[in-house]
Structures are given as C-alpha cells and as structure tokens.
Design a binder for this molecule. Structure first.
Ligand code: ADP
Ligand code: ZN
Length: 216
C-alpha cells in the first residue's frame, strides 16, 4: 500500500493523473476540489458556503477541507492507498494529514511535485472541460473527444461542462494562492525526505510513466 500526494499549481495535471492511476492500480483518489464541487452541485450548506470563495479562486478554510479528508480517511478500508490531489494546500493541512494518517497507522510514502511553467498553465486551464456524467477530463487542443460532443468513456451526448473558476481572473488568484500558501510544502516534504519531482510538461502518458516509475 502506498499513500501519495500530487503537488503542483492549478493545471499541472494532478487530477488527470490521479484519476488514471486510481483506475489502473486501485488507489482511492481524494480530491478536495472534487468534493467541494460535489457539495456545490448538491446545494448543501457547505456547498453554499464555499461557492463564492471557489469562484474567485481563493482557498477555503483549512477546517473545512481537513474535515472532508478526515471523514474519507476514516471511512475507507481495504484500499491500495490514497492519492491526494489538491490536498494539502497549506502547512496546516499538511500537518493535519500527517496526524490523520498516523491515527490509522498509515504513512505518507511520496509527494510528487509536478512542475509546469506558468504560461503553459493558463493555456491548459482555459481550454479544459469535463464530462458531467463520468468525470472524464478533456482539453479543446490537447485532448478532444474522438467524436464531437460525445464522451469517449461513457458515451454521454452533450454532457460536457466547463469549470466556473477556469477563467483568467480566477486563475491569477489561484496561482497566487499556490505560490503563497502551497509552494512552501515543497520544502516541508523535502525536509521529510518524501519529495520527488516530475516534469509536468510531457504528454499524459509520459508523465504517467514518470510517476509510475517512482511509486510502483
Ligand atoms: P485547481 O488545482 O485546478 O486549482 P481544485 O479542483 O483542486 O483546482 O480546487 C478548486 C478550488 O477548490 C480551489 O481554488 C479552492 O477554492 C478550493 N480548494 C480545493 N482544495 C482545497 C484545499 N485543500 N484547501 C483550500 N481550498 C481548496
Ligand atoms: Zn463521460
């Protein structure tokens, strides 16, 4: 069993890789971004609370995301390990995760930093969309569906959606939040001897091979 964090700026490809590694190797993907978007979609109290913050690209409070992750870690049994994607994003979240894993007698194995130039991130993020039925991720230049309007994976028709926060304004705020609050985690995990680096610029398969060589 391996527990892995994918660390990197918005658009680095964390979600794409986390999803595919989970499908192939049985990891449980824990994405706080997905969980929060789910809460928004369900119009739950939590969803309403975080909706504006997310649209602007700011971070929601540590308390909220730590609580979400805690529930998942405690309620998941028998898995091949977790892949954390979009969590932790602050030093307080990183500390909390260490404690949570400790409590269930698990350890963190690797933190994989996916690095990509900022100008590439803008291009990636402003072109991405996903299938609202199965969650498959697409991009209008680099990963278009084989048949227009039809999801390659589940066959849904005209079910594609864009994320509300995938616009240039919100992206600026998200990048700032990344450099201010999240990038210190690179040093934190380096000190804990958990840090590995992967160039996030290659093709989806190349990046996946690089990650697989580290974790499997
Ligand atoms: P991306 O990595 O593309 O910015 P995510 O899907 O990980 O997107 O997150 C979307 C938004 O959800 C963030 O901009 C933030 O508002 C909120 N969010 C997700 N995870 C966290 C977290 N761990 N801590 C604080 N806010 C978070
Ligand atoms: Zn689909």
């Amino acid at each position: 069993m391996k527990n892995i964090i994918l660390l990197g700026p918005p658009g680095a490809g964390k979600g794409t890789q986390a999803r595919s590694l989970s499908d192939k190797y049985g990891f449980v993907q824990l994405s706080t971004g997905d969980m929060l978007r789910e809460a928004k979609k369900d119009k739950s109290k939590l969803g309403l609370k975080v909706s504006n913050i997310m649209a602007k690209g700011e971070l929601v409070t540590d308390e909220i995301v730590i609580d979400l992750i805690k529930k998942k870690i405690i309620n998941t049994t028998n898995n091949k390990g977790f892949i954390f994607d979009g969590f932790p994003r602050t030093l307080a979240q990183a500390d909390a995760l260490g404690n949570l894993l400790n409590k269930v007698n698990q350890v963190l194995d690797y933190v994989i930093e996916m690095y990509v130039d900022d100008d590439k991130l803008v291009q990636r993020i402003t072109g991405r969309f996903s299938c609202s039925s199965c969650g498959e991720l697409y991009h209008k230049i680099t990963k278009i569906p084989k048949k227009t309007g039809i999801c390659d994976v589940c066959g849904s028709i005209d079910k594609f959606k864009f994320r509300q926060d995938d616009n240039e304004d919100s992206l600026k705020t998200r990048l700032l939040a990344y450099y201010r609050d999240t990038s210190p985690l690179i040093g934190y995990y380096y000190a804990l001897k958990k840090l590995k680096k992967v160039n996030g610029l290659g093709s989806i398969n190349e990046i996946q091979d690089a990650i697989r060589n580290i974790i499997i």
